[in-house]
Write a protein that binds this ligand. Structure first.
Ligand code: HEC
Length: 153
């Protein structure tokens, strides 16, 4: 066991010292931000399952809301200049993000605010109230996706 742990630690050190790819390359940034967005989408989908009554885990909603809230704080860091869908094909990020950065950042802030409210509402444990606030969270998703994300090809 100890040997294995040491081996893993050693391989992590080697990995850190000589990365096989450049850190923060646009392709990696795009892959990373899609993973963060997918995490947000996963939590949102999980809450929807509770709201629809498909599962009884009302007590889980707060954790999912916290997940969305924490991830929403990262969004503005994930879109460095030059990673739009004109320059790279593996992304749906529209150039509008960089043309109207203030509006984009405000859309990220809106998700932070609505997900913070969802944490509070979740603590009440009322599925109906959670559903109503989930709708507001959904509006915050759309408030960014509509102007800043390209349609699926
Ligand atoms: C401030 C802007 C913004 C907000 C708010 C936002 N998104 Fe996104 N989202 C984007 C952009 C831009 C993309 C496209 C990223 C890319 O393709 O590089 C995206 C992509 C996605 C994807 C696809 C990921 C993939 O693998 O291609 C999912 C799923 C997603 N968002 C879910 C959500 C959900 C659910 C919410 C709300 C709870 C949300 N997003 C809120 C900007 C936002």
């Amino acid at each position: 066991m100890r040997k294995i742990t040491l081996a893993i630690a050693a391989s992590l050190l080697v990995g850190a010292a000589s990365p096989a790819f450049a850190v923060d390359e646009p392709e990696n940034m795009i892959k990373y931000r899609k993973a963060v967005m997918s995490a947000i989408g996963g939590h949102t989908g999980a809450i929807a399952g509770v709201v629809k009554g498909e599962v009884s885990f009302v007590g889980h909603v707060e954790a999912h809301a916290r997940g969305i809230n924490e991830m929403s704080k990262l969004i503005t860091q994930l879109f460095p200049t030059g990673t739009d869908n004109g320059a790279f094909k593996d992304t749906r990020a529209l150039p509008a993000i960089w043309q109207d950065r203030a509006k984009f950042d405000a859309a990220a802030q809106a998700l932070q605010d609505e997900s913070a409210k969802l944490i509070e509402v979740a603590q009440g444990g009322d599925a109906g109230a959670i559903g109503a606030q989930l709708q507001n969270v959904g509006k915050a998703c759309g408030g960014c996706h509509k102007p800043f994300r390209a349609e699926k090809k």
